[in-house]
Design a protein around this ligand. Structure first.
Ligand SMILES: C[S@@+](CC[C@H](N)C(=O)[O-])C[C@H]1O[C@@H](n2cnc3c(N)ncnc32)[C@H](O)[C@@H]1O
Length: 223
């Protein structure tokens, strides 16, 4: 898989606030372009300010599909005031809590990619509980605790279509390398052990898996 976004999209991506390094972004983009060929939507968990969303949006634009991006926009644990990944510009001055939704909307608007993206504002498990459509790609980059990353895997991986992709960010097999915990690594192992996915590429902490086997089981839901 190799592809690069148009220079204006690449520039917008690099200028956007967020946590996706350019070389990992290229791997995500390449998977998204290929996934777009399935004619199914692309789905992201962890919008933040829209940095990775831009790449998915450009891939969606090329294929005529949509991106759905999930975030409550209140930030993960490590992004809260006093923590290492906190950015004071993400705080709503009136309410004194994080709100990345306005920054995300600005990012997409500036890049002229708004029309390819649907923002789902809320908690990932709550949205996954009512989602019932196949997707070409699921990108897991939400909360990094076992509770959150595990729920993202259980809630969304069953919706990846045959031939589609499960992409996981911040996979650190060596505990010495990790900075926000190893939950994404454990999710990556679960995906491989399920027999549903086969690894396609590893670009630093970004893992791209393709669905090659029967879908992992959808968890029993209690509404
Ligand atoms: C690491 S950031 C995403 C970074 C983004 N993909 C980028 O490229 O810059 C994680 C995001 O996940 C969101 N998040 C964490 N737990 C969540 C949950 N359970 N449901 C919805 N969003 C969640 C946070 O609000 C935060 O914006």
């Amino acid at each position: 898989m190799s592809a690069a976004p148009a220079p204006d999209v690449q520039a917008a991506f690099e200028a956007a606030k967020g946590f996706m390094p350019p070389h990992e972004g290229l791997a995500l983009y390449a998977a998204a372009v290929e996934a777009g060929g399935l004619g199914l939507p692309l789905l992201e968990i962890g919008t933040y300010c829209g940095r990775s969303t831009l790449l998915l949006a450009e891939a969606a634009r090329l294929s005529g599909v949509s991106v759905f991006t999930v975030d409550h926009h209140r930030g993960s644990e490590e992004q809260q005031p006093g923590w290492d990944y906190h950015d004071p510009e993400t705080v709503d001055a009136e309410l004194g809590v994080m709100d990345t939704l306005p920054l995300f909307r600005r990012t997409l608007r500036r890049a002229e990619l708004e029309e390819y993206v649907v923002a789902l504002v809320g908690r990932s498990p709550q949205i996954a509980a009512v989602w019932n459509a196949p997707v070409g790609l699921v990108f897991i980059d939400g909360g990094h605790t076992d509770e959150h990353a595990g729920a993202d895997y259980e809630g969304w991986a069953p919706h990846v279509a045959e031939g589609g992709f499960l992409v996981i960010h911040d996979v650190f097999p060596d505990p010495a390398d990790e900075f926000t915990g190893q939950a994404p690594y454990r999710v990556y192992l679960r995906a491989l052990e399920s027999g549903a996915f086969t690894e396609v590429s590893a670009t630093d902490s970004l893992r791209v898996l393709r669905r090659t086997g029967p879908a992992p089981a959808t968890p029993v839901r209690s509404h």
